[in-house]
Write a protein that binds this ligand. Structure first.
Ligand SMILES: NC(=O)c1ccc[n+]([C@@H]2O[C@H](COP(=O)([O-])OP(=O)(O)OC[C@H]3O[C@@H](n4cnc5c(N)ncnc54)[C@H](O)[C@@H]3O)[C@@H](O)[C@H]2O)c1
Length: 437
């Protein structure tokens, strides 16, 4: 096994930059500020609340993850963002309508102080949005250089020790990896030539990696999921991960599908539909952005159920995902699933799931955990794709030739065993024969 890494201590302040200061980013920031003041609990966050079992079941050693490893503390986080819409974090949080005004008031001054930097934004990639707070530059490379300057200035102005970046911007139109994405040279040349295959999110990812800033992508667009940026991340010792936060319906799907497979129950069809009325829903109302999301949501069943291996059970599945923009609901999404399964002798059964969730409430702790775990990985000298963070994503980024692991329980075990390994502890296999010897 690879040797346990030496981890640099989490000394000083950690900057958390988000391209996008919308519903998810402001819910995360407001939450951290409220928790710091003792006004709320960080529910949903592994870095803040979860324990980790070490050694045998009989050892009774189960510290909090944050006590087991040296993680950045919430008090040391400093937030910054870019957004084409100039609203500060307080105004944006109010407009997003996720958190109540009475919960925002006690932290209003701190939120108002977070004003978005001008964004690299182009309506060719997000068609349903526009805003005036946008950078100008002769070409995409120049725009990326401006982002790099922003990162350096942010670090200097706040006296930060380290910085991480989590994409909380809108979902961009669907792009396939092409020639411009294969090598760093091709990518840089394409930026200079304003090649349309270079989306704004890629410029943020490039700027982060070149500045030695770990990068996570919370949306399904490619961003850092291209060979040029993966290679650059390895060469510069920068951890990266993505894509698309796994929050509501897909979280449930990656819990239920492994249960069907574990019990060898067949699946005939899975129809998933959503209504949501937030800005994200509006952006996804554009077919090109929806296509990016759809691809991300559809992949999970195939990888969990392995139809090639289990043709009788999963060889003929009808899988459909719909997202409907429905303004009255705001951030209160409703996700319905109708699942047609079959059991012994092929007898059919149905399961219905109706998840009345709050999208940004589910996403906020993910952003926080990713920021803190990416910083840990960076201090531990881990670079390139961080597959152990697949737990948080709908479309986990993996090394070339490796299929992604979507089963939430496998992902969770992988995450915790990676933490055990980082802390010099044995991984837990759950074999457990020793208790009966
Ligand atoms: N909330 C969830 O459960 C969830 C789950 C998975 C993925 N996501 C993704 O997270 C992202 C954020 O979601 P949200 O609900 O906060 O959306 P939102 O629309 O409230 O916020 C996104 C913000 O990004 C800004 N933006 C767009 N392009 C940008 C650019 N190039 N640079 C900087 N800012 C840019 C927009 O102006 C907007 O303010 C979306 O892509 C969404 O698909 C959310």
């Amino acid at each position: 096994m690879k040797q346990t890494p030496d981890i640099r201590p989490a000394r000083g302040k950690l900057g958390v930059l988000t391209p996008g200061l919308g519903a998810v980013a402001t819910t995360m920031i407001a939450g951290v500020l409220a928790v710091r003041k003792g006004l709320a609990k960080p529910i949903g966050s592994l870095t803040q609340m979860q324990t980790i079992r070490l050694g045998k079941r009989t050892d009774a050693r189960a510290p909090l993850i944050k006590e087991f490893l040296d993680l950045a503390s919430l008090d040391d986080l400093v937030f910054g963002a870019w957004d084409p819409i100039p609203d500060n974090a307080y105004e944006s949080a109010l407009k997003a309508g996720v958190l109540k005004r009475e919960d925002l008031e006690p932290i209003a001054d701190e939120l108002r102080a977070i004003e978005p930097m001008p964004a690299v934004f182009d309506t060719d990639y997000v068609k349903k949005l526009d805003g005036p707070n946008v950078k100008q530059g002769a070409n995409k490379r120049e725009l990326a250089e401006q982002l790099r300057e922003d990162i350096r200035r942010f670090k200097q102005e706040h006296g930060l020790d380290r910085v991480v970046m989590v994409w909380c911007g809108s979902t961009e139109v669907f792009l396939r990896p092409g020639p411009a994405h294969q090598t760093l040279e091709a990518f840089e040349k394409a930026m200079e030539e304003n090649d349309p295959s270079i989306a704004p999110s890629m410029l943020y990812a490039y700027a982060a990696i070149m500045e030695g800033v770990p990068y996570a992508n919370g949306a399904p667009n490619l961003s850092a999921d291209i060979p040029a940026l993966e290679q650059a991340a390895i060469e510069r010792g920068v951890p990266i991960c993505g894509k698309d936060f796994k929050t509501g319906q897909t979280l449930m799907k990656t819990v239920l599908a492994p249960a069907f497979k574990a019990r060898m129950l067949g699946l005939r069809g899975w129809f998933s539909t959503n209504i949501l009325g937030n800005r994200d829903g509006e952006v996804l109302d554009d077919p090109a952005s929806f296509k990016t999301k759809e691809e991300s949501k559809l992949g999970v069943l195939e990888h969990i159920l392995q139809p090639k291996m289990y043709g009788d059970l999963y060889g003929d599945i009808y899988h459909k995902v719909r997202i409907n923009y429905y303004p009255p609901r705001g951030d209160d999404k409703e996700g319905w699933d109708n699942i047609d399964i079959f059991g012994w002798l092929g007898y059919p059964m149905q399961i219905k799931v109706d998840f009345l969730c709050k999208d940004s409430i589910l996403a906020a702790p993910i952003v926080l955990d990713l920021a803190i775990f990416l910083d840990l990985a960076h201090r531990a000298g881990m670079n390139g794709i961080q597959e152990w963070l697949s737990f948080y994503f709908k479309s986990p980024q993996t090394a070339e030739g490796l299929y992604p692991e979507h089963d939430l329980f496998i992902q969770h075990r992988k995450l915790k065993n990676t933490l055990r390994w980082m802390g010099g502890e044995e991984p837990i296999t759950h074999l457990g024969l020793e208790y009966y010897e």
